[in-house]
Design a protein around this ligand. Structure first.
Ligand SMILES: Cc1ncc(COP(=O)(O)O)c(C=O)c1O
Length: 358
């Protein structure tokens, strides 16, 4: 039986989108392909409220995280860490030999303006990484406010944002916020199969990349730019996924961006209220995510057992991430899921666990 995915990626993909991938294959140097990329790119720019470049990489997000830190700095990068994925970005930066430091808060807490200000004031940094939606803890960092601080006080610092689990599920105003890189794989809030990453890059970041000694090749903005105006990519793109993305972007824009953000907020509020009623929320209440909720297992249930039962009823949620396994469980409310889906899922969990309001 198909299990509807309430995990924080890959998320449920509608049949229409699965079928859009089955369109006949086209050559990536053909006019048909260039027309496709020329059509989908402005839709992505609209989604991200940007006039600047949006690249499509045949890669999962991790690859683009790597490419972004390789091209961001001629000095030192500050990695902000608040959970598993922000930690990974620090590991990626270090593994690529890019000078970097991390500033870390405990899991479940947000990166604050004070923390960023203090750290940037102490070192010779020219880029900062921030995970907007920390999928491991269900927490959304105040990226707009952090970016405003950085733009104001540290104008040479590029702002790199991992929006992997919230792009297309939460509003990100790339130009107005003054971001430099913002990336996300499409298997989360875009609700597509995995294998393609969308990445907005500012003109400033493209300029910086030209002065970096080892920018790499596959993810290089300079390489991408050689083909950008022809609406192509230097290496073979994920054509079927881009065909599906083009269809999905029409549906996203038809839904209306404000409606899409609101739907995600409504689903999040529903899960958060439910979690407060029967369990507890893991992360700082002031920064709860709109796309995934991390619920503390205060009842000591078997999360694996719950998921097994849910599987028999056609659904799947996520265990806690890493050390939080069985201590927490996560319900994703992203992509094309609806409030009805969420209410159905919560009803199933109540039934399986025989939860009653106290
Ligand atoms: C916030 C965040 N960043 C990065 C990644 C890595 O994405 P991928 O495994 O698709 O490369 C994930 C995956 O879940 C994520 O949630």
């Amino acid at each position: 039986m198909y299990k509807k995915l309430f995990i924080p990626g890959p998320t449920h993909v509608r049949d229409k989108i699965l079928q859009a991938q089955a369109a006949p294959m086209i050559g990536h140097r053909s006019k048909e392909y260039a027309d496709l990329q020329a059509e989908v790119t402005p839709k992505l720019q609209q989604l991200l409220y940007t006039q600047q470049r949006v690249y499509l990489y045949a890669s999962s997000s991790t690859g683009v995280m790597e490419g972004s830190v390789r091209q961001a700095s001629t000095k030192r990068i500050l990695n902000t860490v608040c959970g598993a994925f922000s930690k990974r970005w620090h590991q990626i930066t270090a593994a690529n030999g890019v000078p970097c430091d991390k500033v870390e808060v405990p899991m479940g807490q947000a990166i604050t303006l004070e923390l960023v200000d203090e750290a940037l004031s102490k070192g010779d940094y020219d880029a900062i990484t921030i995970v907007m939606n920390e999928t491991s803890t269900g927490l959304m960092n105040p990226v707009e406010d952090i970016a405003a601080l950085v733009r104001d006080k540290y104008p040479d610092v590029l702002i790199l944002v991992d929006a992997v689990s919230c792009m297309a599920g939460a509003k990100i105003e790339f130009d107005a916020w003054g971001l430099d890189v913002c990336l996300a794989g499409v298997q989360k809030c875009f609700a597509l199969p995995a294998g393609l990453t969308v990445c907005a890059v500012s003109d400033r970041a493209r300029e910086r990349a030209q002065h970096v000694t080892n920018p790499g090749y596959y993810f290089s903005y300079a390489q991408m730019d050689k083909k950008y105006e022809k609406h192509q990519t230097p290496a073979t793109p994920a054509i079927s996924l881009i065909q599906a993305l083009n269809v999905q972007m029409d549906d996203i824009l038809d839904e209306g961006l404000d409606n899409r953000w609101r739907r995600h907020e409504e689903m999040a509020t529903c899960v958060q209220d439910w979690a407060r009623r029967y369990f507890a929320l893991y992360s700082d209440e002031r920064y709860l995510s709109n796309t995934v909720t991390n619920i503390e297992n205060t009842r000591g249930i078997s999360v694996a057992g719950l998921n097994e039962e849910l599987g028999k009823r056609g659904a799947m949620i996520s265990n806690g991430y890493g050390d939080l396994k069985e201590k927490c469980f996560r319900i994703a409310h992203m992509g094309d899921l609806t409030l009805d889906d969420i209410e159905w899922l919560l009803g199933q969990i109540e039934d399986i666990l025989e939860l009653r309001d106290s």
